[in-house]
Design a binder for this molecule. Structure first.
Ligand code: MN
Ligand code: MN
Length: 310
């Protein structure tokens, strides 16, 4: 599926999406929306298998599978103003440095307008410019990095904006003390050493298996002690049994319901989220379905929490 968008401005009315559909139930205009979905079709720095650039289209398509009504929470998505702004104007023609500038410029008006950005990707390096835009707008938040990989390399194959370096770049933006990696089970020796030296918090897959999400995530949130959270969700944090459609699958991962519980726990204090590294080339739509569902869970559970407060 090709998603076309030539103009990066969110202010010019309806998204131009060519033949592709919007993320389901994004019926509000930009001005009225509380949630702004956008895609980022980019996978230039993939290390094992390509295809994440096709993620946004597949996730949007998968979203149409689901009902609007959540009987557990009593929330109807038809009453939640969501907007799909189309795709950030990036492609694999862009060098990573150019890509991050473009994504930051694209998301800036969303963040400045106080809306919750929901990015569909695309490889993990796309998350760094969203975090930069939030920081630039003066938001106070911590980042939970859900991933099989630590992504803490200073550079990879000579590239600082490689997808294997995203948590390092994020930590430079907001401070390493405001970051935590969750579900991690793959890193280089040097990465591990630097994480130890800098005091990067991380929870391994084995800790989640042994203690469960409530205990391990609860501990992380207590330590981070932030008012708000940005969740950057690399779908390969989930086990390839549930999420095979990704570029660097890593066995012994978290379950789909572990990921769901992470999203539900963070949702009340979420200021933004992404679901990245979905490469639909490598499965039959299973991973895109999970990604779309996780985005909808975030919206449902954030709305639920905010209605309790209203
Ligand atoms: Mn990653
Ligand atoms: Mn990963």
């Amino acid at each position: 599926m090709v998603v076309e968008r030539s103009d990066p401005s969110p202010h010019d009315g309806e998204p131009r999406l060519g033949l592709a559909r919007l993320f389901a139930d994004c019926e509000a205009g930009f001005e009225d929306a509380r949630y702004v979905v956008f895609g980022a079709p980019y996978d230039r720095t993939y290390s094992f298998r390509p295809g994440a650039s096709k993620g946004p289209g597949a996730i949007r398509e998968a979203a149409w599978n689901f009902e609007l009504w959540n009987p557990r929470l009593g929330i109807d998505l038809a009453e939640v103003p969501m907007h799909d702004m189309g795709d950030a104007p990036v492609s694999n023609e862009d060098a990573p440095d150019a890509m991050v500038e473009k994504v930051q410029a694209f998301v800036r008006p969303v963040v400045r307008a106080g809306k919750v950005p929901l990015m569909l990707g695309g490889e993990h390096n796309l998350a760094a410019p969203v975090v930069r835009a939030l920081e630039e707008a003066g938001k106070s938040f911590a980042v939970v990095h859900f991933d099989a990989h630590l992504d803490f390399r200073d550079e990879y194959e000579g590239e600082r904006n490689n997808h294997a370096c995203v948590l390092r770049r994020i930590s430079e933006t907001i401070g390493v003390d405001r970051c935590a990696s969750y579900g991690v089970r793959s890193m280089s020796k040097e990465e591990w050493r630097q994480a130890q030296d800098q005091g990067l918090r991380f929870v391994t897959n084995e800790e989640v298996h042994d203690e469960g999400v409530p205990a391990t995530l609860g501990r992380v949130l207590e330590e981070l002690d932030a008012d708000y959270y940005y969740l950057t969700l690399d779908i390969d944090g989930v086990d390839p049994a549930y999420a095979p459609g990704t570029g660097t699958p890593e066995p012994f991962g978290l379950t789909d319901r572990d990921a769901r519980d992470v999203v539900r726990t963070l949702a009340p204090r979420l200021i933004g989220m992404d679901v990245l590294e979905v490469a639909p080339t490598w499965d039959h739509g299973r991973t895109a379905l999970l990604a779309a569902k996780l985005v909808r869970e975030a919206v449902f559970y954030r709305e639920h929490a905010h209605r309790q407060q209203r």
